[in-house]
Design a protein around this ligand. Structure first.
Ligand SMILES: Nc1ncnc2c1ncn2[C@@H]1O[C@H](COP(=O)(O)OP(=O)(O)OP(=O)(O)O)[C@@H](O)[C@H]1O
Ligand SMILES: O=C(O)[C@@H](O)C(=O)CO
Length: 412
C-alpha cells in the first residue's frame, strides 16, 4: 500500500476513492479499522470512519487507530479526507484530528484544502465558496448536524486547534508546483496551512508540490495530483479494472436533506414508487424497519424511501424530539431496513447522505468496498461481494442521479 487515507465519513471516503481510482490506482475502502492485513495488490487504502460528528476525543482515537493500521501496511503518505464544505462544529472534529495526526507523523507543515471544483467548492482568500455563494450563504447554513455559518476557514480551523493556522494565497498557487513547494518550505514553525485552490489545475499543482509531505488534508480534490507522484517515482502498478455490476433488485434510502438530494428525490418520485418517512411515526412505532422493508420489496422498478425534507420541517422535528434523537431514529431505521432488504435479495443499494450512508454501511458491515466506475463527480460505484452500492453525499449528482446510479450499479 503506497497511499493511506482516513475518511471522516463513508460517502466522503468513496469520493476520495473515486479520485484515486480514476487516476489509475487500485483502491479499496475499508469500513472501519481492519483487523488483519490488506491484500498486497491494494495501492491506496482508505479507512472510512463515521467520525464527523462524534465527540472530538473519540474521533481522534479512531483516526489514530486508522493511522497505525495504514502505517503498518507500509503507506508512504497519509491523506485525511473531510468534507469539501468543511463540515464541523466549533470543537471539531477536523482541527483535533489533524493536530493528532500531525503530532504522530511529526509533520511540520500540513496542507488544509477542502477545494473540490468538480462539485462547485473552491477556496479563495481563505474563504470557502459553494458555486457562487460563500459557504455561510449556501444550503450548508441549514445543515441538520453541522450548520456552517463562517465562510473563513482560517477562522473555523483556528477555533478547533492550538496549532498556528497559516495561509497560502492563490497568487502563489497559480505560479505552480515549484512556487507552492518553496512557499510551504519557507513557513516558519509547525503549522496548518489553508491553501487556496479554485481550479482542478490548482489542485494538481498542489498535489505535485506535496510529494514529500507526510500528511495532506482536504476534500477529494487534494488527492488529484498524488497518483502522478507515485507513478513518477516508478512505484505504481498497471491499471486494471476488476469491478463488475450486478443485475438484481435495486432500492434507494435517502436520509439526506441537502438541497440537491431534495431535487433528486422529487425527480425520482415522478416516475418511481416513493415512501416518505415521518419521524413522529418512527418514534411512535407506527413505522418500523419491517413495514418499510415489506413496502420496498413489494414495489416494481426502483423504489425510494426517504425522510428528505425542507429546513423548516427539520427544525420543527428537532424542536419536538431533539436533534440527535431525531437523527438516530432515522439512521437506525435505514440501517435496519438495509440489512433486511439485502438479506432478502436486493443486490443494488443506493443511499443518500453521509451520516445515513455511514449508518447503513456500519450495519451491513462489509469488510471492504472495491471502488468501481464513477457514477457522478465524487460518487463511485462500490462492490462488496454480490452487493453493489452507491453512497451519495448530500449535494452530489444531478437531478436524475438515482436512475443513473441504478443503471451503473447494474453494470450498464
Ligand atoms: N426529516 C428529518 N428530520 C430531522 N432530521 C432528519 C430528517 N431526515 C434526516 N435527518 C437527519 O439529518 C441528517 C442528514 O445528514 P446526512 O449526512 O445523512 O445527509 P447530508 O448532510 O445531506 O449528507 P452529506 O453529509 O453527505 O452532505 C441525518 O443524521 C439524518 O438522520
Ligand atoms: O467532500 C465532500 O463534499 C464529500 O466527499 C463529503 O464528504 C460529503 O459528506
Amino acid at each position: 500500500m503506497l497511499l493511506g487515507a482516513i475518511g471522516d465519513d463513508f460517502t466522503g471516503s468513496g469520493d476520495l476513492g473515486n479520485t484515486l481510482a480514476r487516476a489509475g490506482m487500485r483502491v479499496v475502502q475499508y469500513c472501519g479499522v481492519p483487523t488483519g492485513p490488506s491484500d498486497p495488490s491494494v495501492e491506496a487504502g482508505i479507512v472510512s470512519l463515521k467520525s464527523r460528528t462524534i465527540p472530538p476525543d473519540e474521533a481522534v482515537t479512531q483516526s489514530l487507530a486508522a493511522l497505525e493500521w495504514l502505517l503498518a501496511q507500509g503507506c508512504q503518505q497519509i491523506v485525511f479526507k473531510y468534507c469539501s464544505t468543511f463540515d464541523s462544529t466549533p470543537e471539531g472534529n477536523i482541527g483535533p484530528v489533524i493536530t493528532a495526526l500531525a503530532d504522530r507523523l511529526n509533520a511540520e507543515h500540513v496542507i488544509v484544502c477542502p477545494s473540490f471544483p468538480g462539485a462547485g467548492r473552491t477556496v479563495y482568500q481563505g474563504h470557502l465558496f459553494v458555486v457562487d455563494q460563500l459557504l455561510s450563504e449556501s444550503g450548508m447554513k441549514d445543515h441538520p448536524l453541522t450548520p456552517m455559518t463562517d465562510p473563513d476557514i482560517r477562522r473555523c480551523l483556528a477555533r478547533q486547534t492550538d496549532l498556528p493556522v497559516g495561509h497560502l494565497p492563490h497568487s502563489v498557487v497559480r505560479r505552480g508546483a515549484d512556487a507552492i513547494k518553496t512557499a510551504i518550505g519557507e513557513k516558519q514553525g509547525r503549522q496548518l496551512i489553508i491553501v487556496d485552490a479554485t481550479t482542478e489545475e490548482d489542485l494538481y499543482q498542489i498535489g505535485y508540490a506535496s510529494a514529500d509531505l507526510p500528511l495532506i488534508t482536504g476534500g477529494s480534490g487534494i488527492a488529484m495530483g498524488l497518483p502522478h507522484n507515485f507513478r513518477h517515482a516508478g512505484v505504481l502498478g498497471e491499471d486494471e479494472t476488476r469491478w463488475q455490476g450486478s443485475k438484481g433488485p435495486c432500492v434507494i434510502l435517502s436520509g439526506s436533506c441537502s438541497q440537491m438530494t431534495r431535487q433528486q428525490v422529487a425527480t425520482h418520485i415522478e416516475t418511481h414508487p416513493g415512501l416518505f418517512i415521518n419521524i413522529d411515526d418512527v418514534l411512535d412505532g407506527k413505522t418500523t424497519p419491517q413495514t418499510v422493508s415489506d413496502w420496498l420489496l413489494a414495489q416494481e422498478g426502483t423504489p425510494i424511501v426517504y425522510s428528505t425534507t425542507d429546513p423548516q420541517t427539520i427544525l420543527a422535528v428537532q424542536e419536538r424530539h431533539g436533534r440527535s434523537r431525531a437523527a438516530s431514529a432515522i439512521e437506525n431505521l435505514f440501517a435496519a431496513v438495509a440489512v433486511d432488504v439485502v438479506a432478502k435479495g436486493v443486490t443494488r443499494l443506493i443511499t443518500a447522505g453521509g451520516e445515513t450512508s455511514g449508518a447503513v454501511i456500519e450495519a451491513l458491515a462489509p469488510e471492504t468496498l472495491e471502488i468501481g466506475p464513477e457514477i457522478a463527480a465524487g460518487v463511485p460505484a462500490l462492490k462488496a461481494g454480490p452487493l453493489t452500492i452507491a453512497l451519495k453525499s448530500g449535494n452530489f449528482g444531478e437531478a436524475g442521479f438515482f436512475e443513473i446510479a441504478a443503471e451503473k450499479l447494474g453494470g450498464s
